[in-house]
Write a protein that binds this ligand. Structure first.
Ligand code: 3HC
Length: 319
């Protein structure tokens, strides 16, 4: 047997690498891009981070539709800042996916071809300006509930991106709630608009947390890897408990006759979600899926020349 070469260290075997990975997770330390990771861990992260990035970018559309019809200069400035934040979130998240070896253009292609998903919530239309407020209150509120625990996700770049994203989401949630408060202090017509928007967005907001735990193929493994810190049902329950008192202060009724406080558990019980609707929407058959993807496709194609020019410029200067 020849002695190992001194200038070419032998690669640690797979078991040693796996042990080191497991020890990092057990110590609640972060996995960083340079670290070895199991292929399944990498793939799961790319799937989740890409889906999250796509949601931020597609999520610019429903509210972006109201930018030219905002009721005042102040409301327009607030909404514009919010929509721009979503673009920024998408960019941090695509960068996080790149640290895992994914290619940003390829991820966008997969979104457009329908082989990667984005959040179900953005497949519903925004019919009135009250929808802007309700998206801030409920949709961004649900996003915060889901994403604050992701600040402790086991993958360093994802966890760190989430810290800034969550701070900005808190501003989004507050601007929505403040807009709704203002409308609720307005006319009967405005109050009716708010209630109508709450009726349409409540159930889809609960679906954002994903399928029930016993129908969620990824949760157990993602929790074991520390990618997710809570199950879909735990976070959904937390969101319901958080939203009920906020609805009371606002003076709106949440559209669920079964919603009630259970003193024994300290939580609110709520009715059945329409999981058939959820499945239809994530399969591409929601009210706005076709519009959302057609716009994203047009943005990619119309702006291809910008990417081409920027790439040529970077190559020239890199050389
Ligand atoms: N919309 C679309 N697809 C969904 C979904 C939803 N609301 N919930 C679950 N799914 C998909 C999953 O992606 C998975 O499909 P895939 O295997 O083809 O990827 C399938 O349904 C089964 O669901 P699982 O529960 O097994 O999947 P996960 O373990 O990935 O859990 C999740 C789903 C809770 C959404 C998780 O991926 C997660 O926490 N993601 C990060 C947060 C995120 O993506 N948020 C998007 C919200 S929008 C947003 O942040 C924008 C802000 O401005 C409002």
């Amino acid at each position: 047997m020849s002695a190992p070469s001194l200038d070419r260290p032998t690669a640690p075997d797979e078991k040693a690498l796996q042990d080191q990975f497991d020890a990092t997770l057990a110590a609640d330390h972060r996995i960083e891009p340079r670290d070895w990771m199991p292929e399944g861990y990498r793939k799961t992260l790319i799937r989740q981070v890409a889906q999250h990035a796509h949601s931020e970018i597609i999520g610019m559309q429903p509210e972006g539709d109201w930018l030219l019809a905002a009721p005042s200069l102040r409301r327009k400035a607030v909404l514009l800042a919010k929509v721009q934040d979503e673009a920024g979130h998408g960019l941090y998240l695509y960068s996080a996916a790149e640290t895992l070896g994914a290619d940003r253009a390829d991820l966008t292609d997969k979104l457009i071809e329908g082989t990667q998903k984005y959040s179900s919530i953005f497949n519903y239309p925004t019919l009135t300006y009250a929808d802007v407020g309700v998206i801030g209150w409920l949709v961004d509120g649900a996003a915060i509930c889901n994403q604050v625990p992701l600040c402790r996700s086991s993958y360093g770049p994802y966890a760190r991106a989430m810290i800034r994203v969550c701070k900005e989401e808190s501003f989004h949630q507050r601007q929505g709630y403040e807009l709704l408060m203002t409308m609720m202090r307005g006319t009967d017509e405005q109050r009716a608009m708010v209630q109508d928007a709450v009726d349409r967005w409540w159930w889809p907001s609960l679906m954002m947390f994903g399928p029930p735990d016993d129908d969620s193929p990824n949760t157990a493994q993602s929790m074991a890897w520390g990618i997710k810190r809570h199950t879909n049902d735990e976070l959904r329950q937390r969101f319901v408990d958080m939203s009920v008192p906020q609805a009371e202060v606002l003076g709106v009724t949440l559209p669920d006759p079964e919603l009630c406080y259970d003193a024994a558990t300290g939580h609110h019980r709520f009715g059945q979600l329409d999981w058939d609707e959820f499945k239809r929407v994530i399969a591409g058959d929601g009210p706005m899926n076709a519009v959302r993807i057609a716009r994203r496709r047009a943005a990619r194609d119309d702006n291809a020349w910008v990417v081409e020019a920027a790439t040529a410029y970077a190559e020239k200067h890199g050389a």
